[in-house]
Unconditional design. Structure first.
Length: 310
């Protein structure tokens, strides 16, 4: 209404227009005074003016996939306390929305029914008490202009951190094996006790080369026993995020190089910045750092207590 008066005030004047419209001239001048001097606005309006660019920044910096809840959590982590309902309302006003998971995608792993399978050591209980206690692996496909591209992931269950990944134009056993090699190389310096590697019944994970590599690294194999997607639900969940936040939002894809570079960017962001609800709305790397810090704290405390007695 104020904009309408601005458009026609030079032709008809403010008061004649206000006589026709349901608005008092004082109300119009009140709004114009606050447009001229923002300090006259209420504290709430001024605060929301400061929040809007911060909300937009958080949304842009996180692959433009965060909804109101994630943006709200991130703002509070950065020391900007704000109500979730306020963030949701301002995001609607700005026109921002988070990524929404779409339809399910078809299975890409071919079950090796005739192959000898390791026992199911997980039984759909995807919980771990420390890093490098349980890894899950799975792969998916991406359609490009040059044909299908396949992406394999290895995920640490404790923190949901992606410890190995690989992109290939072929759905051969080397794809899964290359992702496993990256995971082993990345984690080889971490002291560990028992480590279990869990997968579905895909032939890539039952191949002789793959199982032999697990044995060489001292990793116990585990394969889902019931033959459906719930056997590897945690890996399916992470791949679902990958398809929602990268593949569907940034496509169509030209080539394997484009998919590989986008996956590299997403994995780095996912491990170091993405807030994950199952681990307390913190990034996987931060969650692991907190674990190792807790391991060091008791020893340091004992040292301090001993020194204080001397």
């Amino acid at each position: 209404m104020v904009a309408f008066i601005d458009a026609y005030r030079s032709e008809y004047g403010v008061e004649p227009i206000c006589e026709v419209l349901p608005i008092a001239p004082s109300t119009y001048y009140w709004h114009k005074a606050r447009e001229t001097d923002p300090s006259l606005r209420s504290a709430r309006v001024q605060r929301e003016d400061r929040l809007r660019p911060e909300i937009s920044r958080v949304w842009r910096e996180n692959f433009q996939v965060y909804g109101a809840k994630k943006v709200w959590k991130q703002l509070n982590r950065e020391g900007m306390p704000v109500a979730r309902c306020t963030v949701a309302r301002l995001m609607r006003e700005i026109g921002l929305r988070g990524a929404v998971r779409g339809r399910a995608f078809k299975t890409t792993t071919v079950a090796g029914e005739q192959a000898d399978r390791p026992m199911d050591l997980v039984e759909r209980d995807f919980r771990a008490c420390r890093p490098n206690e349980l890894w899950v692996s799975d792969l998916t496909y991406v359609a490009t202009w040059r044909g299908f591209v396949y992406v394999a992931f290895v995920i640490d269950v404790y923190s949901r951190r992606i410890v190995g990944w690989r992109v290939s134009s072929s759905l051969r056993s080397d794809l899964a094996l290359d992702a496993l090699e990256q995971a082993i190389c990345e984690r080889e310096d971490d002291a560990r006790d028992r480590l279990v590697h869990h997968s579905d019944r895909g032939v890539q994970y039952l191949s002789i080369r793959y199982t032999e590599r697990l044995a060489e690294a001292g990793i116990e194999p585990s394969v889902g026993s019931r033959g459906d997607s719930y056997d590897n639900a945690l890996a399916e969940s992470v791949i679902g995020l990958f398809k929602t936040e990268v593949i569907r939002r940034q496509g169509p894809w030209r080539s394997i190089e484009d998919v590989e570079f986008a996956t590299l960017e997403w994995v780095w962001w996912f491990n170091t910045h993405r807030l994950l609800e199952p681990i307390g709305h913190v990034p996987p790397a931060e969650y692991e750092d907190a674990y190792y810090l807790r391991l060091q704290t008791p020893a340091e405390s004992r040292s301090l207590n001993t020194n204080s007695l001397r």
